[in-house]
Write a protein that binds this ligand. Structure first.
Ligand code: NAD
Ligand code: DAU
Length: 357
């Protein structure tokens, strides 16, 4: 049976994947209201959502997922029947230099959200309910040269980021097992696409190439990531929310493994052509740097359960998606300039009275 939510609470909807999800979901579900709860860390940017300003079905609330009374009020007032939980600290490098906020947001914040959701669901004020935890393939740890992560692969996180995400996944599992709460859990591979914060590999490369800055490649550049367009991820999440059985876990991925150095070369070459530079010119910017500590060697997702059970598959080819992404960044240099200068924080302050953390 298809679950048709009437009122969604999206957490972290001002970030990269959350904002893409809101655009995609609202375009497909005109009658569902969306409340976006985001505390606007450095990664949250309301400019990602300006197209929705004035939409009566969309509401932004600046607040923390760890604020139990705020979460309880929103769940009750908005008669929320589905929580889609993106809010997190998401950057592995930052988790190495400062793990505390990762535990606070990703573990403790998720627990508050789960607990308030449990009370709301058990109050019986909505006919049906789902809590969808947006997780990552990084909870499975690292692969050797062969094999894939399945939903049965034991959790073996290696970074403070992935450990904090695994902690939240285990709490989600516990809320289903202990209380029977209708939870769902998705674990996706690396996303790319519009509104990606330029601390992450692909947007960082594009930004640095345009500005003729060095392209830092960690270690030997032979680590492998499995890339999926963010809009394919958004559709997969909607599919799981509507069709998956409560308690289930689904991997999301598009069978698209790349060595980091090959991605770097590809983006260099796409931009040689678009920026009118000589063939091979951008590759001279590549700079091999010290490796990330605990750097996972290879991720590769087996998403066959999602395809077999729910019929999802990616719509983008990587060739199309990466070319469109490079073009999006070239066409949205103002967005990139605001993010890199921090000017987007001023926009947030004008909208929300300067209470920006
Ligand atoms: P992001 O860093 O771009 O966005 C995170 C958002 O969460 C920001 O808008 C931020 O302001 C908000 N946030 C952070 N702490 C909060 C708090 N305490 N309360 C309310 N809001 C808070 O992250 P992203 O790349 O869009 O990732 C979104 C989710 O998807 C994360 O849970 C991440 O673990 C998961 N994920 C990401 C990828 C990827 O490739 N980026 C892949 C798989 C899974
Ligand atoms: O796999 C899903 C995960 O993908 C998500 O859970 C994370 O939130 C998301 O940030 C991403 O994590 P990664 O660590 O894989 O992404 P990142 O873009 O930071 O790095 C991708 C690869 O590129 C990784 O092997 C490290 C390498 N890298 C990264 C940066 C920023 C470099 O070589 N140089 C760089 O400057």
């Amino acid at each position: 049976m298809i679950f048709k939510p009437a009122a969604l609470l999206v957490t972290g909807g001002a970030g990269f994947i959350g904002s893409n999800f809101i655009h995609s979901f609202m375009a497909n579900n005109h009658r569902c209201t969306v409340t976006n709860l985001d505390c606007l860390t450095y990664a949250g940017n309301l400019k990602n959502l300006t197209a929705l300003e004035g939409n009566p079905n969309y509401r932004f609330v600046k607040g923390d997922i760890g604020d139990a009374s705020l979460v309880a009020r929103l769940l009750a007032e908005q008669k929320i029947d589905a929580v889609v939980h993106f809010a997190a600290e998401s950057h592995v490098d930052r988790s190495i230099t400062g793990p505390e906020i990762f535990v606070r947001t990703n573990v403790l914040g998720s627990q508050v959200l789960l607990e308030e959701s449990r009370k709301h669901w058990q109050s019986g004020s909505v006919a049906d309910f789902r809590f969808l935890q947006i997780s990552t393939d990084e909870v499975y740890g690292s692969l050797g040269t062969t094999g894939y992560f399945t939903e049965g692969t034991p959790l073996a996180p290696n970074s403070p980021y992935s450990a904090s995400k695994a902690g939240a996944d285990l709490l989600v599992r516990a809320y289903h097992e202990t209380f029977g709460m209708p939870t769902l859990n998705t674990r996706c591979s690396n996303n790319y696409g519009p509104y990606h914060f330029p601390e992450k590999l692909i947007p960082l490369l594009i930004h640095n190439i345009i500005n003729k800055k060095p392209l830092p490649v960690y270690g030997d550049g032979l680590n492998i990531r499995d890339w999926l367009h963010v809009r394919d991820h958004a559709v997969a999440i909607e599919t799981v929310l509507k069709k998956a059985a409560p308690g289930s876990v689904y991997n999301i991925g598009g069978n698209n493994e790349w060595k980091n150095i090959d991605i770097v070369n590809l983006v260099c070459d796409l931009l040689d052509e678009r920026l009118g530079r000589a063939c091979g010119e951008n590759r001279t910017l590549i700079s091999f740097v010290k490796d990330r500590p605990g750097h996972d060697r290879r991720y590769a997702i087996d998403a066959s359960r999602l395809k077999d059970d729910l019929g999802w598959g990616p719509a983008y080819t990587f060739e199309q998606g990466i070319a469109e992404t490079v073009d999006w960044y070239l066409a949205n240099q103002e967005w990139v300039a605001e993010v890199t200068s921090g000017a987007y924080r001023e926009y947030v302050a004008t909208q929300y009275g300067g209470g920006v953390s």
